[in-house]
Design a protein around this ligand. Sequence first.
Ligand code: ZN
Length: 68
Amino acid sequence: MKIKCPKCDKIAELGDDFSYVKCSNCSLDISYGEYVKLIAYKDARYSDVLGDYTKDTSGTTSGTLDDW
Ligand SMILES: [Zn+2]
């Protein structure tokens, strides 16, 4: 199944049994659980920007995935 890559926004492949997500463009290779977390993480950041972007300076929720 083709899905949108959470890392580079190109086409990634979701395993038929939802066991993995792989993207040949950016070499993404993660489990579906991690993929869901990434989507939630990006949505949360997007909401922060729309709402109160001054919270970003605290960095309490945005750090674990920034080393990508
Ligand atoms: Zn990708």
